[in-house]
Design a protein around this ligand. Sequence first.
Ligand code: 2AM
Ligand code: CA
Ligand code: CA
Ligand code: CA
Length: 255
Amino acid sequence: MDHAHLKQKALSYVEEAAAFIKDAMKNTYGIDTKANKDDLVTDVDRNVEKLFIDKVAKDFPDHRLMGEEGSYKDIDDLSGYVWILDPIDGTVNFVHMGTYFAISLGIFKDGEPVIGIILDVMNDEWFVSEAGKGAELNGKRLPQLPDVALDEALVSFNTGWVLKDTRLQEIVKKARGTRSYGSAALEMAYVASGRIDAYISMNLAPWDVAGGWAVLKEVGGVATTYEGNELTFLQKDTLFAASPSIYKQINAHLK
Ligand code: 2AM
Ligand code: CA
Ligand code: CA
Ligand code: CA
């Protein structure tokens, strides 16, 4: 099935959501904590999710939406079309920096990605994919990921994980450099566009990784749990996303 119509609609919702976010940033908005004092959510996150819930219900009544700010509760399988949405990925960046956050959307059909959209809202960078048709950054085709040597690679993870896992410290020593952007969706998009070569996290949810996987898959990238298992997009898990060559080289150090 051609997903061009679905993609056009999804792009228009993301564009509208981005305009909504930029407008909301002109005013003050409510900020709450969730699981701990560093786990933030704002009224803007919730309102963006609401925007998508309303649009999908109206335009695609047989599709379901799994969003971070509440609508995930209705979803425990991936049959049919499921929109996996993070209304704002990188909420801490959003609140503290006013930039480096994304809208992340992966539309899945029977558990497989069909459309991926990650928008870096303030930098206007659109990472977009359609299954079998490749991925683009602002309309320019992203090439298949080339082979890279680990000593010439940039790898990304939170410094907190490095303190806890000595194997990651080995990767830090071997790699050319480390980065940490604070948005899983953008970090996966950066792997997909060859800006960095790997991204590892120990605690992510389906909405953090669904859009990123949709885009990364189209350029030949790899994404599994840290232990090398398939992602389910139904539960919280670890993540190891990389170009195929760097995936193999890092994996050799994780054994
Ligand atoms: P969020 O901004 O949508 O919450 C930060 O390193 C990255 O991890 C972000 O993509 C963030 O998504 C995600 N993340 C997942 N679970 C988190 C949590 N409990 N607290 C903070 N960030 C979390
Ligand atoms: Ca969150
Ligand atoms: Ca997120
Ligand atoms: Ca979020």
